[in-house]
Design a protein around this ligand. Structure first.
Ligand SMILES: [Fe+2]
Ligand SMILES: [Fe+2]
Length: 157
């Protein structure tokens, strides 16, 4: 699959697959953490906060899916064993705050996680800019959505 694509790739395919795989693992962790928070959130504004977290979690799951697709097209294998997800990620699991009704904390927690994601996709964009158009397009699309997530949470402060 994707043989011409792989052979004409303007950057080292192995290195690129490794970076995309790390981002793939980050997305799983973010999806898990945000979904967990959406389920656990409590207090007076819980329904609204739940909705925001669910929406963002859904985007992270989409990113995970888009990255898996790209890794496979490049001839790689997305991390198979769930036990390896945290080990292969760029960052440790973003541990949600234990106080489920502390919105300021929840917002800060999401903003910190999004800052990490923005850094990762900026790096991937720099790595592929002018060299690998298809991957560049994907990572900048994801980057744009991570910026939206940051913005959504900043507006709740
Ligand atoms: Fe994401
Ligand atoms: Fe995000």
């Amino acid at each position: 699959m994707g043989e011409k694509f792989r052979k004409s790739c303007g950057v080292d395919v192995k290195e690129l697959v490794a970076e995309l795989n790390k981002a793939y693992c980050d997305e799983w962790l973010a999806y898990y953490a945000y979904t967990y928070m959406a389920q656990a959130v409590s207090g007076p504004g819980a329904e609204d906060m739940q909705e925001y977290l669910e929406k963002i979690a859904k985007d992270e799951l989409e990113h995970q899916d888009e990255l898996a697709d790209m890794i496979i097209k490049l001839g790689g294998t997305p991390t198979v064993n769930f036990a390896d997800i945290e080990k292969n990620a760029n960052f440790p699991y973003p541990m949600p705050p234990s106080k489920t009704d502390d919105y300021a904390r929840i917002i800060d927690f999401v903003i910190a996680a999004e800052a990490g994601a923005i850094e990762v996709y900026r790096r991937l964009a720099k790595m592929t800019f002018g060299k690998e158009d298809v991957v560049y397009q994907l990572v900048t699309h994801i980057l744009g959505e991570e910026v939206d997530h940051e913005e959504t949470m900043e507006n709740l402060r």
